[in-house]
Design a protein around this ligand. Sequence first.
Ligand code: NAP
Length: 174
Amino acid sequence: MQENGVDLASSIVLLLGAGGAGRSIALSIAEQARGLVILNRDYEKARRLELDLKKKFPKNIIGKPLSSDSIKKYLKESDVLINSTNVGMEPNQNQSIIDSSLLTSNLTVMDIVYNPVETKLLISAKEVGSKVINGVDMLIHQGASSFELWTGKKAPIEVMKQAALKQLSSGAVN
Ligand SMILES: NC(=O)c1ccc[n+]([C@@H]2O[C@H](COP(=O)([O-])OP(=O)(O)OC[C@H]3O[C@@H](n4cnc5c(N)ncnc54)[C@H](OP(=O)(O)O)[C@@H]3O)[C@@H](O)[C@H]2O)c1
């Protein structure tokens, strides 16, 4: 987000998904953003995450069930949309978590799915002029953090990124 010039402090973020990756993203976003809405298919997980985060961050955090109505309602009030669900991931790359007619140019849209690198959601977002961020940057940075913790050495981020993109574009990753 920072590398892509997103000002989280002034942003309301709509996060779709509250699985393993969604929870870790929610923690970081709750720390930095103006507000966070979490929508998950299994409402219990969204509600639990909302309550866990509110213990630490006394700000605007909401957890609701994921539905076409809830996406429509909360997307209107959001500056950043993050997909942390599996929807759109290989072999279901023809699926998108939201209807493309809801996307607008003033949104930043991030999809953490990295295979394919450009998901159906990101293709639609690009078409309407949204700023888009794919899942490769997150993949690289979480790998770089692990590398640095394990080895004590600085991670060669650009080398890692080029290697990941090469593998992903060759179809070797499933
Ligand atoms: N870029 C990166 O560095 C990075 C890192 C980690 C993961 N990822 C990607 O992120 C995605 C999620 O990974 P995860 O580890 O968080 O998986 P996970 O713990 O299994 O969570 C999956 C999430 O997707 C939701 N979901 C699955 N199918 C859905 C559907 N048809 N409709 C609506 N929601 C659906 C689940 O909702 P329910 O709770 O209702 O089942 C849950 O919120 C994967 O595509 C993974 O490759 C990327």
